[in-house]
Design a protein around this ligand. Structure first.
Ligand code: FES
Ligand code: FES
Length: 161
């Protein structure tokens, strides 16, 4: 039987020392070892985007990354972005425009949306669609999600003036 491997990383700003089996992916590690269940697991094949997290400031599919590959990394999950207030405006825009129904895709959508807005403060609707093309939503039809991200970008630009 394979022994668990030690790893040390930062998760939402806090140091975590743990052990994980070599086959454990980062999504399962976050959910099952750290009880950070905001990172959802859908397809487990890198297709749906439900498991999107930030690793060293770039978004990744946590189902495609092994937990041991995050040794030494800084990981931020939806809980971290939410608790810090970084995406409070985006969350409010999603709520106000009914951009979520079952909510299963929402953490991944918010992670991807915030990633886009950090890179491109004034995205076109096509750019928003393109950036979210790897995040599936079964409920909303996407329009409300695009609206919420567009509105947040607009508000951020206005408050930055
Ligand atoms: S669960 Fe990771 S992309 Fe679908
Ligand atoms: S709100 Fe249900 S999958 Fe997107």
């Amino acid at each position: 039987m394979t022994a668990p491997i030690p790893l040390s990383l930062r998760v939402n700003g806090e140091r975590v020392d743990a052990h994980a089996l070599p086959r454990t992916n980062l999504a399962d590690f976050l959910r099952e070892h750290l009880q950070l269940t905001g990172t959802h697991v859908g397809c487990e094949h890198g297709v749906c985007g439900a498991c999107t997290v930030r690793v060293n400031d770039e978004i990744v599919r946590a189902c495609l990354m092994l937990a041991v590959q995050a040794d030494g990394a800084s990981v931020q999950t939806i809980e971290g972005l939410s608790d810090s207030g970084e995406i409070a405006d985006l969350q409010e825009a999603f709520r106000a425009r009914n951009a979520l129904q079952c909510g299963y895709c929402t953490p991944g959508m918010l992670m991807a949306a915030q990633d886009l807005l950090r890179q491109q403060p004034a995205p076109s609707r096509n750019e928003i669609r393109g950036h979210l093309s790897g995040n599936y939503c079964r409920c909303t039809g996407y329009h409300a999600i695009i609206d919420a991200i567009e509105a947040t970008a607009h508000l951020r630009r206005r408050s930055a003036r």
